[in-house]
Design a protein around this ligand. Structure first.
Ligand SMILES: O=C(CO)[C@H](O)[C@H](O)COP(=O)(O)O
Ligand SMILES: [Fe+2]
Length: 232
């Protein structure tokens, strides 16, 4: 189970300090949201900021591109220090080609789906992926309410991946807190992005710990029930 704090809700006037704070909580992965004002109605940061953070952090950088024409920019983000690049299936006409491009640059590759986008979009690329990111809010802003309807989608994807790509991990993004972490963990998510619940908390390190514990508790319960043969 991995908690990836999203810096979208950090204080951009002291971004390095906020990243160090969560890094010192013992996390492995940092989620970096890139928005272009076209694919989503908001603008965030570009490769220069990713490059600056790379100099001060050893975390795995999970770069979530909410941009049109991602093929134009993936190389810049990998050069800036992205370890994994996630593009939106809705944002390109050439999904297979962009996936190959990201792999050729040596980064892990993920594809994100908006809440209304069916899993079938990924049928012919699933074997190529390290991560599928299921959005649990409509992308564009931090601090939104979790969309419950995505839960059966997580369950369905989890079943499909067991058959076709067991190493591919399910990431969820949007509205994750202690309560929703339990729900997505039970459904099969393994990477939980959390922005507002971490950085808007008075104690971000404690918030990370609480979310992680809630998610792990749910995982343990699931395993125990399976062991005892109790139907979920
Ligand atoms: O991709 C995103 C928004 O498009 C963010 O990663 C996401 O919203 C995280 O923020 P929060 O946990 O506050 O919902
Ligand atoms: Fe994100």
């Amino acid at each position: 189970m991995t908690i990836a704090p999203s810096i979208l809700s950090a204080n951009f006037a002291r971004l390095g300090e906020d990243v160090s704070l969560v890094e010192n909580a013992g996390i492995d992965m940092l989620h970096i949201d890139i928005m272009d004002g076209h694919f989503v109605p908001n603008i965030s940061i570009g490769p220069a900021v990713v490059g600056s953070l790379r100099k001060v952090s050893a975390l795995e950088f999970d770069v979530h591109l909410m941009i049109e024409h991602p093929e134009k920019y993936v190389e810049d983000f990998v050069k800036a220090g992205a370890d994994s690049i996630t593009i939106h299936a809705e944002a390109t006409r050439h999904l297979h080609r962009v996936i190959q491009l990201i792999k050729s640059l040596g980064a892990n590759v993920g594809v994100a789906l908006n809440p209304a986008t069916p899993l079938e979009m990924l049928t012919y690329v699933l074997q190529e992926l390290d991560v599928v990111l299921l959005m649990t809010v409509n992308p564009g802003f931090g601090g939104q309410k979790f969309i419950q309807e995505v839960l059966p989608k997580i369950v369905a994807l989890s079943g499909i991946l067991k058959e076709v790509n067991p190493l591919c991990r399910i990431e969820v993004d949007g509205g994750i807190n202690v309560e929703t972490a339990r729900l997505v963990s039970k459904a099969g998510a393994e990477i939980l992005v959390a922005g507002a619940a971490v950085f808007s908390s008075p104690d971000p390190q404690q918030a990370i710990y609480d979310i992680l514990e809630a998610a792990k508790e749910e995982q343990r319960d699931n395993k125990n029930k399976r062991f005892r043969g109790i139907k979920q």
